[in-house]
Design a protein around this ligand. Structure first.
Ligand code: DSN
Length: 417
């Protein structure tokens, strides 16, 4: 029983995993929040640390037998502090949403006023959407993008802050293709006496590698996921100034989480080590070069991009003049093995389930080694599909070209060796 492989123990599930591996190998993964974790990270996630309860923190656990859990978690904390040059790191968060929940618990009281970016303009559910805990338990006031520029206009943010006098301002987005000026947000927060939190779930790899301005010097607390541009295991972390360390740790455990996922924490430590390499810094630079090459290719094909391009790993394609919704475009692209997600664009009149845009990104394509040359080709393939979403011949032809392209950039060749 204990020693059987997955294929021996559960043929059905083994087949599902084999199918997913095949899908990841033969499709262009262009959802900007997705990536391919390294074999070392995957091995650690699948390790025996999943067997252990370790409620508490290194050196202060509620269970015995935590010697190796303590070492693994301390390694993750130390590496996170070094990588992000911060005072304190909590690496136990299961998800980005829980990281934001813990940060609000630590910094605010229920009912406090918090400012966050509108979800419809690129913010996250946990930045105050009424259907989310954030909008239910806190008084969120939203700032959005300027109607002319589709960018954050910092004077507008300041005006809103002066009016609502928030306890906390949240800066960060899931769909904003431009640089975030954390220093300017700090100045705004200081002017109204607010605390400042950055949610860098998307751009964390870029900031760690110096390819995007660093939020850590300017923010009280920084939250992030670990599986997007950082290319680690699915999970999250919180970085903070020393003065918030105890409140953050208490908010995470026992505040909102109990038993930590030790196998995931250990895999975060591995990812943090990988992120300290020169290769990782070059990888992040290439993500941006690739995004800009893809943006250029789409613009040459006649598409309108929100803000006209990108500074980071993603872009928003406005499909309103194409006579196709984001949903229809994403579904047609999937037929051709190109995986993107539909996304609201600023001023969108369609619902979030339909949308007028898509949000392509380059982190996963860059992990498999693709460069600007391939981005040029991919932009043209996407245009063919979006302009002929019902044409079976076009979809079949593009699909074959995608499969051929993917074959030149293999992933996980020896995963099960
Ligand atoms: N679901 C993530 C994304 O795709 O951006 C945000 O949590």
């Amino acid at each position: 029983m204990m020693n059987r492989t997955l294929a021996q123990a559960d043929v059905e599930m083994a087949r599902i995993l084999a199918g997913e591996l095949d899908r990841q190998q033969h499709t262009l993964v262009m959802i900007p929040s997705e990536n391919y974790a390294s074999k070392a990270v995957l091995q650690t996630m699948g390790s025996i640390l999943t067997n252990k309860y370790a409620e508490g923190y290194p050196g202060a656990r509620y269970y015995n037998g935590c010697e190796f859990c303590d070492r693994a978690e301390q390694l993750a904390i130390d590496r996170a502090k070094e990588l992000f040059r911060c005072d304190h790191a909590n690496v136990q968060l299961h998800t980005g949403s829980q990281a934001n929940m813990a940060a609000y618990f630590a910094l605010c009281e229920p009912g406090d006023t918090i400012m966050g970016m509108k979800v419809e303009h690129g913010g996250h559910l946990t930045h105050g959407k009424s259907i989310n805990f954030s909008g239910t338990y806190y008084h969120f006031v939203s700032y959005g993008l300027d109607a002319e520029t589709d960018r954050i206009e910092y004077d507008q943010v300041l005006d809103i802050a002066k009016e609502c006098r928030p306890r906390l301002i949240v800066v960060g987005a899931s769909a904003y293709p431009r640089i975030l000026d954390f220093q300017r947000f700090r100045e705004i927060a200081d002017e109204v006496g607010a605390l400042l939190m950055a949610d860098i779930a998307h751009i964390v790899g870029l900031t760690a590698a110096g390819s995007h301005p660093d939020p850590v010097p300017f923010c009280d607390v920084v939250t992030s996921t670990t599986h997007k541009t950082l290319r680690g295991p699915r999970g999250a972390l919180i970085l903070c100034k020393a003065k918030w360390a105890e409140k953050i740790d208490n908010a995470v455990f026992p505040g909102i989480q109990a038993g930590p996922l030790m196998h995931i924490i250990a895999a975060k430590a591995v990812a943090f080590k990988e992120a300290q390499s020169y290769g990782f810094r070059e990888y992040q630079r290439q993500i941006i070069r690739n995004a800009q090459a893809l943006a250029q290719s789409l613009i040459e094909e006649g598409f309108r991009l929100v803000t006209g391009g990108t500074d980071n790993h993603l872009m928003l394609v406005d499909l309103r003049s194409e006579g196709i919704s984001g949903l229809e475009a994403a579904n047609a692209l999937e037929e051709a093995n190109i995986i993107v997600n539909k996304n609201l664009i600023p001023g969108d009149e369609r619902s979030a389930a339909e949308t007028s845009g898509i949000r392509p990104g380059t982190p996963a394509l860059t992990t498999r080694g693709m460069k600007e040359e391939q981005m040029q080709v991919i932009g043209k393939l996407m245009a063919r599909v979006i302009r002929a979403p019902q044409d079976g011949t076009v979809l079949a032809d593009v699909k074959q070209q995608v499969i051929d392209l993917c074959a030149d950039f293999p992933i996980y060749e020896d995963l099960y060796d």
